[in-house]
Design a protein around this ligand. Structure first.
Ligand SMILES: N[C@@H](CCC(=O)N[C@@H](CS)C(=O)NCC(=O)O)C(=O)O
Length: 344
């Protein structure tokens, strides 16, 4: 054998060794096994954002993002309370997921190409949002275009910070950023009058205005939406089964709304003769088993948090201080973007 032949063979062997090593890692404990073994879901959430994830004085968490954690825990562990909430700043959140500190990130996080390509998988968006600006009414500003030369409070590690620079550049305007990592410090700066404007996703500004502003009526959200912010839960690359479980749990909540299934009527709905409802609720078929769960996975998730419409209204819609409209977050049957693929 010539040296060249040997080298080529060795290369092949090396390649085989490497792939064997990799598949060895991949077949190590799956996220599903880890979560089941621990008996608890580690869910990364916001440090405190009204409507999305907010702890009360007893440490009880509520919000749209929190409900996603609960729904996954109910589907996987049979109990929506088996969640440990891990509060994360904008800057910490993706590293926490990549390093395995959490099983899923459910924290007003925008789906972008860069984040997707950096080892993460985005689930279906739970809230389609867009970035805007909030100002004190006393400033007399009615359009973002009047913010030339303004001082703007923005949180670091966000798409918000990037969009802000893009939008001002695209409109030939100047601004001075006050960039702070901790949201509470940032908001204290804004409400103390250190910035002319605060910029964030619209839903977050509504939450901040309703729950943090000293006098909510003194503040106005300007009409411009300068970006697309599809806010979606995130999991790590490399565990397709876990991604499927979390993805289809969200779709089950959307499908439940479309079919009129609620937290209150889900048990009665098991008697519904519609084959779509029967499959969703595990009366027929093996939808849950195909995901590695049991067939009552979706029934438990719906019972725990209600359908997507119920989650929306309770946390950020009519039943909440935020009073956000469904808008893009309406079902596709009502002109919105919420659409579950067939559960069959
Ligand atoms: N959706 C944007 C912004 C998300 C974001 O982190 N927004 C801030 C401003 S309201 C926030 O939630 N901060 C809370 C915190 O860091 O605890 C992104 O994914 O980058």
């Amino acid at each position: 054998m010539t040296l060249r032949h040997w080298a080529r063979r060795a290369g092949v062997c090396l390649f085989l060794l490497t792939t064997a090593g990799l598949s060895g890692t991949a077949s190590a404990a799956t996220t599903l096994d880890t979560v089941k073994g621990r008996g608890q879901l580690l869910c990364g959430v916001n440090t405190g954002l009204a409507g999305f994830s907010n702890p009360d004085s007893q440490g009880k968490w509520t919000g749209l993002d929190v409900d996603v954690c609960k729904a996954v825990a109910a589907a996987v562990l049979g109990d929506a309370n088996k969640v440990r909430y891990v509060p994360l700043t904008a800057q910490q959140r993706l590293t926490a997921l990549q390093s395995g500190e959490i099983d899923i990130l459910s924290r007003n996080t925008t789906w972008t190409l860069t984040r997707d390509a950096q080892g993460l998988n985005f689930l279906p968006p739970v809230y389609y949002d867009g970035q805007g600006f909030m100002v004190n009414k006393a400033l007399g500003v009615t359009s973002a275009k009047q913010l030339d030369g303004a001082t703007i409070c923005v949180q670091t590690g966000t798409t918000t910070e990037l969009n802000l620079a893009d939008w001002f550049r695209a409109n030939n305007l100047k601004f001075k950023g006050v960039v702070i990592e901790q949201l509470d410090e940032l908001l204290a700066a804004f409400f103390a009058g250190r910035c002319d404007a605060f910029t964030s996703d619209e839903s977050q500004m509504a939450g901040v205005r309703a729950s943090v502003a000293p006098k909510p009526d003194d503040y106005v959200i300007l009409p411009e939406r300068i970006s697309k912010e599809p806010l979606a839960p995130v999991v790590r690359h490399g565990d397709d089964q876990w991604k499927d479980i979390a993805t289809w749990t969200l779709y089950a909540l959307l499908e439940a709304e479309e079919r009129g299934i609620t937290a209150a009527n889900v048990d009665q709905q098991t008697k519904n003769t519609d084959p779509n409802v029967q499959r969703l609720l595990g009366v027929t078929g093996d939808m849950g088993k195909m995901l590695g769960l049991d067939n009552q996975w979706a029934l438990r998730a719906i019972k725990a948090v209600g359908n997507y419409g119920e989650m929306f209204e309770r946390n950020v819609g009519k039943g909440s201080p935020l009073k956000l409209e469904r808008g893009l977050n309406a079902q596709w049957t009502n002109g919105g973007l919420m659409y579950a693929p067939p559960i069959r």
